[in-house]
Ligand binder design. Structure first.
Ligand code: AMX
Length: 435
């Protein structure tokens, strides 16, 4: 068995042993209480899940094995000549729990390259869809077609020992992550570039090869893809895409089925689709105001109009975060370094100065600050990727690293079927003696 897999198994066995003892000693410890409001209002603030890959702090943002986004950017190995962290290195950190060496990352990149072949029938399945089909739908159809390759599903059908679930899950995870850039790039080239497919380059790292297959061979764009793939990968376990992947996986649905379920959640406008909504909203604002560089006053008026129409300001707010998202800040730093005078990027920064006080003034928005989606589109447009309907597919490729690592942990730790209790309002009324 590959060294990488053995290392993961060693970590999982160690943690699994610790959890077992912890539950024996403290299994009945109360860690919180649930209010009626919580079960009606999206379970905010209710601790109900264990996710090993990352932990979200309302102030500091996401941490991966205790490391913040700035720390990851500083500490994770880089590509030769590059400054941004390699996503493979973060994947390694989420599974093995330590920062990999350059050699470890090289081996992992090579392992993914070896597994990256996508069978032709997957492309045929996507091609059967009308070209105007949303890119996320085309992408998920590709993933579902590829499910035919699932090692977990085959071994389960043959009847395998539950002690081996983790290995088949990791095998599928590696294969799927290796193949996703090819599927995602196919969607882009088919929908927007007249099906002129770019073949993969076996010498490139995972994110750079993705950029290459999308048709962007500019070194700066490759750097952007590395950063993008790192910062969108994981945001602890309760967000819709991570939770849906975990939930579906708990039925022992294989990683292809589970990941596809999660990505259907990512495709919702309050979650991953917000990145396309942000740039669409800015383009519409520019059109209406007939300027590429709206002033703060013009932006404020436009924001108020958006709110008066009963719409949200996309890219602002968060269910858990209560500060500017460090993933927004990382992208802002990238923008300041590579494109300080880009008018669209400058508009994003002016929106950042303008929107928070307006949202704060509403008195109900818990977090008036920007999230990751407020910035990403403007950086992509700078390099020529203007097809904003596609942006959530980039998010989905990145998210595979987090949600599939988590699924490996779930199976290695023997996580059971998820099945919380639900009630009817009639039952609630009986609790409250109102009926
Ligand atoms: N613009 C206008 N109103 C907003 C708002 C925004 N950006 N963010 C929150 N609000 C409103 C809510 O709609 C809600 O209004 P209501 O009581 O009339 O229904 C009220 O403020 C309270 O909401 P909240 O507790 O602050 O937020 P939440 O946890 O319910 O929802 C989120 C969080 C992200 C869905 C919400 O902030 C939002 O819709 N933001 C815009 C969409 C977006 O950027 N999504 C991406 C999130 C990150 C990601 O998953 N990629």
């Amino acid at each position: 068995m590959e060294q990488f897999k053995l290392k993961f198994k060693e970590q999982a066995d160690k943690l699994g042993g610790e959890i077992k003892i912890m539950l024996q000693e403290h299994g009945n410890t109360v860690i919180g209480e649930t209010t009626l409001a919580q079960i009606y209002q999206g379970m905010r603030g209710m601790t109900a899940l264990v996710t090993e890959t990352s932990l979200l702090d309302a102030q500091d943002g996401i941490r991966f094995k205790r490391r913040t986004i700035p720390e990851l950017r500083a500490q994770l190995p880089k590509a030769k000549g590059g400054n941004e962290p390699l996503p493979e290195a973060l994947f390694y950190l989420m599974l093995i729990g330590e920062i990999p060496t350059d050699k470890d990352v090289e081996n992992l990149s090579a392992m993914l390259q070896r597994r990256s072949h996508v069978p032709a029938y997957v492309f045929d399945a996507m091609e059967a869809l009308p070209e105007e089909t949303h890119p996320m739908t085309q992408f998920v159809v590709g993933v579902m077609a590829l499910q035919n390759e699932s090692v977990f599903a085959k071994r389960y059908a043959d009847g395998f020992n539950k002690k081996d679930y983790w290995e088949a899950t990791l095998e599928d995870t590696l294969n799927l992550i290796a193949r996703l850039p090819h599927i995602a790039a196919f969607v882009y080239r088919r929908k927007y570039k007249g099906s002129k497919i770019v073949q993969p380059d076996g010498m490139l790292d995972w994110a750079a090869n993705f950029a290459h297959m999308l048709g962007y061979d500019n070194e700066e764009f490759k750097e952007l893809m590395r950063l993008y793939m790192v910062i969108h990968s994981d945001h602890e376990g309760g967000n819709v895409s991570a939770h849906a992947t975990h939930l579906v996986g708990s039925a022992l649905s294989d990683p292809y089925l589970s990941y596809a379920a999660g990505m259907n959640g990512l495709a919702g406008p309050l979650h991953g689709l917000a990145n396309q909504e942000v740039i669409k909203w800015i383009f519409e604002m520019q059109k209406e105001l007939k300027t590429d560089a709206p002033t703060s006053e013009q932006i404020a008026e436009y924001v108020k109009k958006t709110l008066s129409e009963g719409k949200v300001v996309p890219g602002y707010g968060h269910a858990v975060l209560r500060q500017t998202d460090p993933r927004f800040t990382a992208q802002m730093e990238f923008g300041k370094k590579h494109m300080p005078n880009d008018p669209l990027v400058n508009t994003v920064w002016r929106i950042y100065e303008t929107v928070p006080p307006i949202l704060q003034g509403l008195g109900k928005v818990k977090n008036p600050w920007p999230n990751v989606d407020a910035h990403s589109g403007a950086l992509l447009v700078h390099y020529g990727m203007k097809e904003y309907e596609y942006y959530t597919v980039l998010f989905a490729v990145s998210r595979s690293l987090g949600v599939l690592s988590s699924l490996c942990w779930d199976r290695a730790l023997g996580m059971p079927l998820e099945r919380p209790k639900s009630v009817t309002t009639a039952a609630v009324k009986r609790w409250l003696n109102k009926e």
